[in-house]
Design a protein around this ligand. Structure first.
Ligand SMILES: C[S@@+](CC[C@H](N)C(=O)[O-])C[C@H]1O[C@@H](n2cnc3c(N)ncnc32)[C@H](O)[C@@H]1O
Length: 200
């Protein structure tokens, strides 16, 4: 049989899709709120001057591409693993630094106005070391989006398949961690996603 190879989800995030449907509110009703949250925030910040954003676990670099293409003064740096970055690099404006790295193995020393971590912490085995590093290099804001609201359970290290994690974190413990880090945050509960908008 000569079956057509189906594109992976990331392969569907083409330049054309990002320019058209990615930010359309009627096309991705559960996803768009958190996409817009980051985008709108970047727009407000850029009104006061240039803004740099580090996007950890950037996937196909969608929010970075959209923000850089539409908002003057925004520069983004993406970090993710090699196979994903191939897609991201096709989309982002030429010359954008998209760096292949394991974000759990330490972050570079450069500082960024904003660090964006969207739908990523669920996939890594714990957040403490990573977020301590993030708070070191973020100048103004850290935006953490969880796919689902945090609950009471703290299921750590839940391996899903051979490499991926689908961890659940306890809200109480997560917020206690933020308190200990000395950051201030605003928790926004969207239709499905929950956002921690953190001022460092
Ligand atoms: C669900 S995707 C989210 C992608 C993007 N942030 C978005 O909102 O569309 C999770 C991403 O985290 C990346 N990721 C997970 N663990 C990572 C690690 N240790 N180092 C770098 N990237 C990682 C995955 O490769 C994947 O692209």
């Amino acid at each position: 049989m000569n079956a057509m190879k189906q594109p992976t989800m990331w392969e569907t995030y083409t330049k054309k899709y990002l320019e058209s449907d990615y930010m359309r509110k009627d096309k991705s009703p559960q996803q768009e709120e958190s996409r817009y949250y980051v985008y709108d925030m970047m727009q407000r910040m850029a009104a006061d001057g240039d803004v740099s954003m580090l996007d950890l676990g950037c996937g196909p670099g969608a929010v970075d591409t959209v923000a850089m293409n539409r908002i003057d003064g925004v520069t983004c740096t993406g970090m993710d693993t090699e196979n994903i970055l191939g897609h991201a690099k096709k989309n982002v404006p030429k010359g954008t630094p998209f760096v292949e790295c394991d974000i759990l193995r330490g972050l570079p020393s450069e500082e960024y106005d904003v660090v964006n971590i969207r739908h990523v912490l669920e996939h890594v085995p714990g957040y403490e070391v990573l977020l301590s590093e993030v708070f070191r290099i973020a100048r103004k804001r850290v935006i953490i989006t969880f796919f689902m609201p945090l609950g009471e359970d703290d299921h750590y290290h839940v391996l899903y398949g051979s490499r991926s994690f689908r961890n659940k974190y306890s809200k109480e413990r997560f917020e206690e961690f933020l308190r200990v880090c000395g950051v201030w945050w605003d928790r926004r509960c969207l239709t499905t996603n929950v956002i921690y908008d953190i001022r460092v």
